[in-house]
Design a protein around this ligand. Structure first.
Ligand code: A2P
Length: 257
């Protein structure tokens, strides 16, 4: 297990019967960039069972945080959902991923668009000073079926603006837009339609998305990514990668089981 660290669970929070998050200790040697993911999991029958999980916690924190679905017969999540304080998990020593500010060309506003657990990498990116140095506004949009699945909503709205390190940036530059599709809520609808119709821009009081000036990061289900990628390409945006920066970057919200 030389490429794996063993970490201890420090807290567990169940958001709904299908969604939970937890924090763990962090090996001081574990380094990552905000927006990246690591392989994490459990030892099952003497062997590591690992899946890719984005880091919710920003890279300056001394603990790690992860957001996960719970699937009753999912090989990893059926076990992981029973984690309790003091349990161990294993965390790969190398973090990776494409949702990096460096993979985007300079721009005006940064859109962070996620569905479900696709919110996770954006939780670290909105706590990165560089996001606010590089962009005028950071627009965090989280789409879920039900309001109870809008994980971290209270923390984003009430705790983040008070934070002694990044609170000022958040108060002035972060616009948070949670949206729900399957029950009444103050904002309703799927993210691609909200962008296309101009409703999102009107609701938060910013200009419509402009492919020449705005930049986008996407993380969510394959269906969501396909819809949004198609929209962004139609309006003329090009995807960026590690080798060449672009106008948008994409990551799958990995764990489906
Ligand atoms: P909807 O309720 O209309 O399916 P899921 O839990 O299935 O991953 O969905 C999370 C959120 O993503 C839901 O609000 C869902 O809306 C939305 N969604 C699902 N598929 C798409 C898609 N192809 N384009 C945009 N949003 C989608």
């Amino acid at each position: 297990m030389s490429n794996l660290n063993r970490e201890t669970v420090l807290s567990v929070h169940h958001w709904t019967d299908t969604l939970f998050s937890f924090t763990t200790t962090r090996d001081p040697g574990f380094r990552f960039q905000n927006g990246q993911f690591a392989m994490i999991g459990l030892e099952v029958e003497g062997r590591p069972l690992l899946r890719a999980y984005s880091l919710v916690s920003p890279n300056f924190e001394d603990k790690l945080e992860f957001l996960s679905i719970k699937v009753k017969d999912g090989p990893l999540t059926s076990r992981l959902q029973h984690l309790a304080v003091g349990d161990n998990i294993i965390v790969g020593r190398k973090a990776t991923g494409t949702l990096l500010l460096d993979n985007l060309t300079p721009g005006r506003n940064l859109y962070l668009l996620g569905t479900g657990t696709g919110l996770a990498p954006f939780m670290s990116i909105v706590r990165d000073h560089e996001s606010y140095e590089k962009f005028e506004k950071v627009i965090l949009v989280h789409g879920c079926r039900k309001a109870g699945e809008l994980a971290y909503a209270d923390r984003i709205l009430t705790e983040f603006p008070q934070d002694e390190f990044f609170g000022e940036h958040i108060s002035r530059q972060l616009l948070y837009y949670p949206t729900v599709t399957r029950e009444p809520f103050r904002n309703r609808g799927r993210i691609p339609e909200l962008l296309e119709s101009g409703k999102l821009a009107a609701d938060i009081g910013i200009p419509q998305i402009d492919p020449r000036r705005d930049r986008v990061m996407l993380c969510g289900s394959p269906a969501f990514l396909a819809s949004l990628r198609a929209f962004l390409e139609i309006i003329g945006m090009e995807e960026g990668s590690q080798s060449e920066a672009g106008q948008f970057v994409v990551e799958k919200a990995f764990v489906e089981r």
